[in-house]
Design a protein around this ligand. Structure first.
Ligand SMILES: C[S@@+](CC[C@H](N)C(=O)[O-])C[C@H]1O[C@@H](n2cnc3c(N)ncnc32)[C@H](O)[C@@H]1O
Length: 404
């Protein structure tokens, strides 16, 4: 149940494929957003279906976030890499969509978290903080194979190999570094699948980016990934990171790595320590602050609402889909409005909020009413997390125009 709920409301995270010796997969999950299709109540945050499930791994394989499947180990056998790590560029160019169009972030050393990405100027909500082509981009099938990861690494040019080899490796020494680095830093692309596409890279999987890999985790993140699959051989995939809240100059740029955001602090801390090897010190995790004092209660309430909505969706499917009764939508709509308010208070205003609006639109249609207000709100969030020209935004905008 837990995993299902978490997937629904979508963690947005650096979903990783964990790599331990046994070996299981974990990715930084960006569950929430994918298809433009109508969200079911059980999809409020994310339409992400991980290829994996929570692994029972040792604390030495902290990357095992969220989900697992067994990865064949037979093909893990690489020759040592011939890499000069001194030549690694630390600051790939950032790209901003706001007025200034200047780079707005840089990699710096943090106190206690290794390297991290920081705002070099104030960043407005909705800004494309940076975009980059993945160093490696794998389909769902390929991401489970060490052989595929190593083959993709060997296809990189010399500079790219240097960049890759300098990335953080949680598994240091336990598995081949190329594989360890991939699973320590890759982001899930499952939430960005495009139905009907011929390209396996548009059906989920994962990817790893040079700059993306330097983003640390927060349970109260300020950026999220929007993955653009390759459109043809000359147009490779892109990883876009949008600031969905303003970020002050000098502040750290942070994403959410996992799907457990509706758990309380204690449980989240256990998961992070076990799966990623660190203790989170974000404002939702560390006392004392006014935010921290209310955060656990709010996340618990959200969890209950999500559970209730999953039950209401099942009820609807069983009893009402063929004979709609308008009164049946009152409770789900009230629950979704309560969820909206809690998400805003928790500053989780990216994909989970988008999916709440998507669900509100769906239940409004079930009541026989026009969902325009909710679609407009969904579009506002979608623009914030993917840009106004993204396929998500354009699809929704088209829907609103048709309704006008
Ligand atoms: C994808 S890397 C992020 C960049 C990394 N700090 C580096 O130096 O390249 C993930 C790793 O960074 C560290 N990390 C990320 N978020 C953290 C946090 N909130 N607190 C402590 N360590 C964190 C953990 O070691 C984690 O496994």
């Amino acid at each position: 149940m837990e995993d299902r709920l978490v997937e629904q409301f979508g963690a947005f995270s650096l979903s990783r494929l964990p790599a331990d010796k046994t070996t299981s997969i974990v990715r930084i999950d960006n569950p929430s957003a994918s298809k433009q299709s109508t969200a079911t109540s059980s999809e409020i945050g994310s339409e992400h279906t991980p290829a994996t499930s929570v692994p029972s791994t040792s604390p030495s394989s902290p990357c095992n976030i969220g989900s697992t499947s067994t990865v064949p180990t037979a093909d893990i056998a690489l020759s040592p890499l011939d890499i000069d790590e001194t030549a690694v560029p630390s600051n790939p160019p950032g790209v901003s969509e706001d007025e200034t169009e200047e780079s707005c972030c840089e990699v710096r050393e943090t106190a206690g978290k290794g390297q991290g990405l920081f705002a070099t100027r104030s960043i407005k909500a909705g800004t494309l903080v940076f975009k980059e082509s993945p160093l490696i981009n794998l389909s769902r099938q390929e991401e489970k194979s060490s052989k595929s990861i190593k083959a993709a690494f060997h296809a990189l040019d010399r500079t790219q190999k240097k960049v890759y080899k300098a990335l953080f490796d949680l598994q240091k020494g336990d598995v081949d570094p190329v594989v360890g680095i991939y699973y320590s830093n890759c982001y899930s692309t499952d939430a960005f699948a495009i139905e009907g596409s011929d390209d396996p890279l548009a059906h989920g999987g994962s990817c790893i980016g040079a700059l993306a890999s330097r983003i640390n985790h927060s349970c109260v993140p300020n950026v999220c990934l929007f993955y653009v699959p390759p459109t043809d051989p000359d147009k490779p995939a892109e990883m876009h990171f949008y600031a969905f809240r303003p970020i002050a100059k000098g502040k750290e740029i942070l994403s959410n790595y996992n799907k457990h955001m509706f758990n309380g602090t204690k449980k989240r801390q256990q998961i992070f320590l076990h799966q990623y090897g660190f203790t989170c010190s974000c404002e939702a995790c560390v006392p004392p602050s006014a935010f921290w004092a209310k955060s656990d209660k709010r996340r618990g309430e959200m969890r209950k609402l999500i559970e209730e909505l999953a039950g209401l969706e099942q009820e609807w499917e069983k009893h009402n889909a063929s004979s709609p009764r308008p009164e049946i939508v009152r409770r789900p709509i009230a629950a979704l409005v309560a969820l909206e308010s809690l998400l805003v208070k928790e500053k989780l205003i990216d994909r989970p909020l988008r999916n709440v609006y998507k669900s509100l639109a769906k239940w409004t249609v079930r009541a026989g009413e026009v969902p325009r207000t909710w679609l407009e709100k969904e579009l506002a969030v979608t623009v914030l997390i993917s840009g106004k020209g993204s396929r998500w935004s354009l699809t929704l905008d088209g829907e609103l125009r048709r309704q006008a």
